[in-house]
Ligand binder design. Structure first.
Ligand code: EPU
Length: 358
């Protein structure tokens, strides 16, 4: 008779209970549709699943990476030699919070666009400008998603996450999330926290904000002076559709790079050379410059194609990949764009897209 050590049985039970799969191809879990397999993969449906999956990884001493909709992620061709946790915690609850606001508590695995659609349907203000962004609720605070003049940090009340250091779930108020442009404490302390739930505070009454250039043009053309909440949502959906590639038909992760923040002196120098360059002052005195404009107008690289990879013909900040493209090709292409920008402007560009490699 063979005895199986208790420890091995425990591990076996754990992996069956958590449904940890091995060698799972990740390409289909990302909007780039690129990348090799995850050594281990767990589709987590509850906070307990997350906890147990992290315990599993700690025991095996392997890295953990959490993915949501995979819409801001490039997986290496060799895959990820660790545990990928795909967070699928569901549930959206609307809670009345007095005269002015409503709290929305949502599981990290909910689809972001579903949440926005429901909020606007109920006449709640605060996320309408963030319509049609692919991805999950859990990703929204991590990278502080933003579009058309709004960052989600303006509507977040609380974030609940597993602290993988202490293995306890903790809550962060808005100010404790340390939000900034496409950044948060969850990104700074990379890998430490796994978001399980997000609470948003939306306003019952308000005025939809259509002051972003593209929205001004949209409503100007239609002679609508005071757009409603639903009209702003519709406008954002249409503007995005016209400018950004549909990830269902392209391999893409939207903006591949962040818009750089440069100091005022640097901006002055660029303005002398390129008088048309737009710039938006930030609270700290730095200037945010639209990199799409630079790639397009300064580097003449809108629509540039190298092999299977291009900058999108209608928005140069967006990188698109044809079927068959590899992660190595995409990175090579991105490096070439970064080199061109650096050469012409002195700006060191940062990628916005996360890079899964281990
Ligand atoms: N521009 C060009 N050529 C281009 C692209 C842009 O001249 O090829 C100019 C535009 O005309 C405009 C300026 O650059 O004057 C800014 O362009 P746009 O309004 O399209 O916004 P962006 O700064 O390129 C950011 C977000 C997008 C978001 C839009 C709209 C980042 C990294 N990207 O792009 O987010 O949809 O604003 O608010 O901040 C994403 O994160 O994946 C994303 C798509």
């Amino acid at each position: 008779m063979t005895y199986i050590p208790i420890q091995s049985l425990d591990r076996l039970r754990l992996s069956i209970k958590m449904n940890i799969q091995e060698y799972v191809p990740l390409a289909k879990y990302t909007t780039f549709k690129i990348g090799g397999p995850a050594r281990y993969f767990c589709a987590a449906k509850s906070e307990d699943d997350i906890l147990e999956a992290v315990r599993f990884a700690k025991e095996k001493k392997i890295p953990v990476m959490v993915i949501g909709g995979g819409s801001n992620l490039l997986v290496s061709d060799a895959g990820f030699n660790g545990l990928i946790i795909r967070c699928g915690i569901k549930g959206i609850e609307f809670k009345d919070a007095g005269k002015r606001s409503v709290l929305i508590e949502a599981g990290a695995g909910e689809d972001w666009e579903d949440l926005v659609a429901q909020a606007v349907e109920r006449g709640l203000y605060g996320v309408e400008n963030l319509s049609a962004i692919p991805g999950t609720v859990g990703a929204s605070p991590v990278q502080n998603i933003g579009a058309y003049g709004f960052d989600v940090s303006g509507s977040i009340d609380m974030v609940r996450a597993l602290d993988t250091k202490t293995m306890k779930f903790v809550k962060f108020s808005n100010s404790e999330c340390n939000f900034s442009y496409r950044n948060s404490r969850f990104k700074h302390e990379k890998g430490r926290y796994i978001v399980s739930k997000v609470t948003y505070r939306l306003a019952k009454e308000g005025k939809a904000d259509a002051s972003y250039k593209d929205l001004v043009e949209y409503f100007g053309k239609r002679k609508i002076a005071d757009p409603t909440l639903k009209q702003v949502r519709q406008a954002v959906i249409e503007v995005r559709k016209a400018k950004l590639p549909d990830w269902r038909s392209w391999g893409t992760a939207g903006s591949f790079f962040k818009n750089p923040l440069i100091d005022a002196e640097h901006f002055k120098r660029l303005k002398r050379e390129y008088p048309e360059i737009p710039g938006f002052p930030e609270a700290d005195g730095r200037i945010k410059v639209p990199l799409g404009w630079i790639i397009d107008k300064v580097c003449n690289s809108k629509g540039l194609t190298i092999g299977n990879v291009s900058t999108y013909e209608k928005q140069a900040l967006v990188v698109v990949a044809k079927p068959g493209a590899t992660a190595t090709e995409v990175i090579g292409f991105a490096n070439e764009i970064m080199r061109r920008v650096k050469e012409k402007t002195g700006i060191q560009v940062e990628a916005e897209v996360e890079w899964a490699v281990a």
